[in-house]
Write a protein that binds this ligand. Structure first.
Ligand SMILES: [Zn+2]
Length: 262
């Protein structure tokens, strides 16, 4: 299997999700013969089936939740069902913060039994899945317990900076990334609605991309102000200002790691 990332959806935050201006499905990651699904938001199962060629959830080795917000975790139960063929074959693992399992549990208890393991994500810890190291270097500043995820293989280090308010340690903690996928909910920092302040805006993202300086940056998880402002033009602006190759993901974008990171 070629190492790749497929963005089944690129919607961020409430409005774009509830109106389905973009799909809110998760991100499928194939790395070193493992298939991982990050943040299965609403529509993930449907998007897997409708993908060209289709993505079969029984190929998944793990599902990872960065946090329990519904745009990241709505389809977690149905995806566990699908990964385990309705619970008939006990397999696969779920990685999630404790908060998503206990405080405001989004994962039904009966589907947890279908899994081979439920692993708790904590700040500064790592787990191993075959040759893939899955680590969560820092807790993000977001209303619920949230972690960005670093996937490391002998070939690449991929960082996914999910929902968070900007803080300088973001740059330090994700510093050694070949690829940076970053959630950009807001276009500007002005007049932020109360619910949206714990997200990155485009100026924050420029700082982070410049500071980390990966080989490639991919913007995703767009709120309305981003969708409206043509993300592909904003990605070109990030590239221009930071000198880092940057693209904006669209629904269905597939990024080949071998070709893209060389
Ligand atoms: Zn969130």
């Amino acid at each position: 299997m070629a190492d790749k990332i497929k963005f089944l959806g690129t919607a961020g935050a409430r409005f774009v999700m509830v109106k389905q201006l973009r799909s809110s499905a998760g991100t499928w990651i194939t790395l070193d013969d493992k298939n991982l699904l990050l943040d299965p938001g609403p529509g993930t199962l449907v998007r897997c089936a409708k993908s060209r060629p289709p993505l079969d959830p029984t190929w998944l080795d793990a599902i990872i939740l960065s946090h329990q917000h519904i745009d990241h975790a709505n389809d977690v139960n149905i995806m566990i069902e699908a990964m385990t063929t309705g619970g008939y074959s006990k397999r696969g693992a779920l990685y999630a913060p404790k908060s998503a399992l206990e405080d405001d549990p989004i994962v039904l208890t009966y589907v947890r039994d279908y899994l081979n393991g439920v692993l708790i994500l904590k700040e500064g810890t790592s787990h191993r899945l075959g040759n893939v190291e899955i680590s969560t270097p820092v807790r993000h500043v977001h209303p619920v317990e949230t972690y960005g995820v670093v996937f490391k293989t002998p070939k690449y280090t991929l960082s996914f900076i999910v929902d968070t308010r900007f803080f300088p340690d973001l740059i330090k903690k994700y510093k050694k990334s070949d690829l940076l996928v970053i959630n950009v909910v807001r276009h500007d920092g002005k007049g932020g609605k109360r619910l949206d302040v714990d997200h990155l805006n485009l100026e924050d993202v420029k700082k982070v991309v410049a500071g980390i300086s990966p080989k490639q940056a991919i913007l995703t998880h767009f709120g309305y102000t981003m969708v409206r402002s043509k993300p592909w033009e904003l990605a070109a602006e990030v590239q221009e200002e930071t000198g880092v190759r940057t693209i904006a993901a669209s629904d269905g974008t597939e990024f080949d790691l071998q070709k893209g990171l060389g």
